[in-house]
Design a protein around this ligand. Structure first.
Ligand code: GDP
Ligand code: MG
Length: 442
């Protein structure tokens, strides 16, 4: 699949010490094939490859990145850009209830997605949610929505196949208003293919409800067809976003890449399973990384390069190489760098999945707080104290603790942690710091 294929290309690129016209060309060709095989539309592929080439040629390669890594970075960024760049969020900029109208073909996953969204909105945004089904063609469809709504812990507005969709929508809206629901999710009927009656019906619902969000639900396994259907809907119905379902299946992934380029509408959510928990808000960058199959390692490297003041990193390396001790001034600087890189949790976000699982077990919020506290304590020390922490005695500890607004035992703990770190640093010095750093970058 796309991910495996691109991951293979990426591996080759990374190893390239030098990018020549010839090997760049070769790799762009591989990328092109990978995208086409994933069922990405040809014009989108052409455009994409052209952009990557243009950026690659004009690129000042960061000293510490190999040209190969730099190219991977470009591919990664352009993939994210292709999918809309930044995550597109649901809008609630309206008098409540915010109405979300679902559109899409039969079997796309509309009803399931309404259930998932109800749960997501309740849990993540603390919204009071009402759902209603305007699918009057299949009695089972209304029952299905009732079931998933109950599972989601949201409110359900009953309807029957004897009613008209417009009347159901009107009554549900009235109910939502008088019962102070924040969000009204409107499920609709789909057909096997786009047909006039379905389009007329949903266009009427749209005109009547004036939803703040009109989400087109589409099955990722349909590949280019999915994207073409989205485009056709978008011509009749002003969509605000797309939900790409069944990304957990063996879809080739191409739909995710071309939806934005072809419809102009962002993907807002992806469905990744039949269960109600199988919904994720869509982050183009994360998706790009997933497609490249390598976690966010590339942008991690890039951000590290950005955040770490290269000069000061070198100064530290030199200092350690010369056999000097790593002191609290250095430690403080390192903590600051970590913060500039977006803190611990954002670092964890960027790790490949297998590491994320392990890191997820640690309490990141707590760790971040701890880091901040450590910084506060070190800030309350004088430079001289930071340079010679072992000279910090009881009275100084009290002063530092007061300055940082912590207890003396917190200062003690920090000093003990620092002690450990210092001896670790010593070992690294012996093992050859330069060698280790090279290893990290490669
Ligand atoms: P609707 O006709 O558009 O309302 O589609 P449904 O919500 O009834 O879903 C059709 C089928 O797709 C059902 O069997 C769902 O369980 C399944 N489905 C929906 N979303 C997903 C998803 O993200 N992943 C997987 N694997 N199946 C899904
Ligand atoms: Mg349905």
């Amino acid at each position: 699949n796309l991910s495996q294929r691109l991951a293979r290309v990426v591996k080759t690129i990374k190893g390239e010490a030098r990018l020549t016209e010839a090997n760049t060309q070769e790799m762009l060709r591989e990328i092109r094939i990978a995208l086409l095989e994933a069922d990405v539309a040809l014009p989108v592929v052409r455009d994409f490859v052209a952009k990557v080439r243009e950026k690659a040629l004009g690129q000042d390669v960061l000293q510490s990145l190999t040209p190969g890594q730099a190219l991977v970075g470009i591919v990664n960024r352009e993939l994210a850009e292709l999918m809309g760049g930044k995550a597109a969020e649901l809008s609630f900029a309206t008098q409540p209830p915010a109405i979300i109208l679902m559109a899409g073909l039969q079997g796309a996953g509309k009803t399931t997605t309404v259930g998932k969204l109800a749960k997501w909105l309740r849990e993540n945004l603390k919204k009071k949610v009402l759902t209603v089904s305007c699918d009057v063609y299949r009695p089972a469809a209304i029952e299905q929505l009732r079931t998933v709504t109950e599972q989601a812990g949201a409110d359900f507005f009953p309807s029957t196949p004897q009613q008209k969709p417009a009347d159901i929508a009107r009554d549900a809206l009235q109910w939502a208003k008088t019962h102070y629901h924040d969000v009204l999710l409107v499920d609709t009927a789909g057909r096997l293919a786009i047909d006039e009656q379905m389009m007329a019906e949903i266009a009427q619902l749209h005109a009547q409800l004036k939803p703040i969000e009109t989400l087109f639900v589409v099955d990722a396994m349909q590949g280019q067809d999915a994207v073409n259907t989205a485009r056709a809907f978008n011509e009749t119905l002003p969509l605000t976003g797309v939900v790409l379902t069944k990304l957990d299946g063996d879809s080739r992934g191409g739909a995710a890449l071309s939806v934005k380029a072809i419809t102009g509408k962002p993907i807002k959510f992806v469905g990744v399973g039949e269960k109600l928990t199988g919904l994720e808000s869509f982050h183009p960058e994360r998706m790009a990384n997933r497609i490249l199959g390598m976690g966010d390692i590339v942008s991690l490297v890039e951000e590290a390069q950005k955040a770490v003041d290269e000069k000061s990193a070198k100064a530290l390396a030199d200092k350690l190489k010369s056999g000097s001790r790593f002191d609290l001034n250095d430690f403080l600087q390192q903590l600051g760098q970590m913060k500039r890189m977006g803190g611990l949790s954002s670092l964890v976000d960027k790790l490949p999945a297998q590491f994320q699982a392990a890191a997820g077990q640690a309490d990141m919020g707590k760790a971040e707080k701890e880091l901040k506290r450590m910084q506060g304590i070190i800030h309350s020390m004088t430079r001289a104290e930071r340079a010679k922490p072992d000279q910090i005695k009881a009275s100084r500890k009290r002063r530092i603790a007061t300055g940082a607004g912590v207890q003396v035992q917190d200062v003690n703990r920090l000093l003990a942690q620092f002690d450990q770190m210092q001896s670790m640093m010593k070992k690294m010095q012996k093992g050859g710091l330069a060698k280790m750093m090279r290893g990290m970058k490669g």
